[in-house]
Ligand binder design. Structure first.
Ligand code: HEC
Length: 186
């Protein structure tokens, strides 16, 4: 009996220490996602997110992948940083929020696309979730913008992103659905 009480006490103390820890040691919520990941994701989004009717953990995870891991804005925001706010020149970063993820960057003959929610459907890049997952897994160009090059998106690192889990891809889609629509740079 005493040992059960002792063990229980130790377990409780361990849980208290655990909750103060950072990183993967941190207790996961019911989705199995460490709380610090989705919270960090929500904190680092350069644009505001609309959480109405959305799972904030999915939106947060999506933001974390887009803004801390996969570098989508590097190619899909043109230019990514405002003049005077370019970290490559040693300046404090100021992201071009007005055109965030609105595409328009040139890569030879290819131009990155606008992946913000497209009115009136408000779906990111006008793609359904199923289509978006197909883009990320197979590189299929649903707009078929360069048939002379074939049906596959070029430059876009889908051969890498195709390795993500369904949950990660869904989270990215949730985040891209929750950000404001933006127009590309002319
Ligand atoms: C290395 C640059 C680069 C990065 C990084 C990148 N993209 Fe792309 N993406 C492109 C380019 C360029 C195109 C258009 C390619 C073409 O026209 O063949 C594109 C196309 C797309 C499309 C197709 C849009 C449509 O209208 O069908 C989606 C969706 C997309 N990207 C999402 C993403 C997401 C999400 C990320 C981050 C996880 C990302 N991209 C990261 C360059 C990039």
């Amino acid at each position: 009996m005493l040992s059960i009480v002792l063990l229980g006490g130790l377990y409780f103390a361990g849980a208290m220490i655990g909750s103060a820890q950072e990183g993967w040691q941190q207790p996961a919520d019911s989705t199995g996602l460490p709380n610090n990941v989705w919270k960090r994701g929500l904190a680092i989004s350069p644009v505001s997110v609309n959480l109405n009717g959305r799972d904030k953990r999915m939106v947060g995870l999506g933001s974390y992948i887009v803004n801390a891991r996969a570098g989508c804005a590097d190619c899909h925001t043109n230019p990514l940083f405002l003049s005077g706010g370019d970290p490559f020149r040693g300046q404090t970063a100021q992201v071009n929020v007005v055109h965030f993820l609105a595409g328009g960057r040139l890569f030879g003959p290819f131009t990155s696309r606008n992946i913000t929610p497209e009115p009136p459907s408000n779906m990111p890049a006008g793609l359904t979730l199923d289509q978006f997952i197909q883009v990320m897994r197979t590189g299929k160009d649903f707009d078929n913008l360069h048939p002379q090059m074939g049906p596959l998106l070029q430059v876009m690192p889908w051969p890498i992103y195709q390795n993500m889990t369904d949950d990660d891809l869904r989270a990215i889609y949730e985040y891209l659905s929750a950000i404001p629509h933006a127009d590309g740079t002319p």
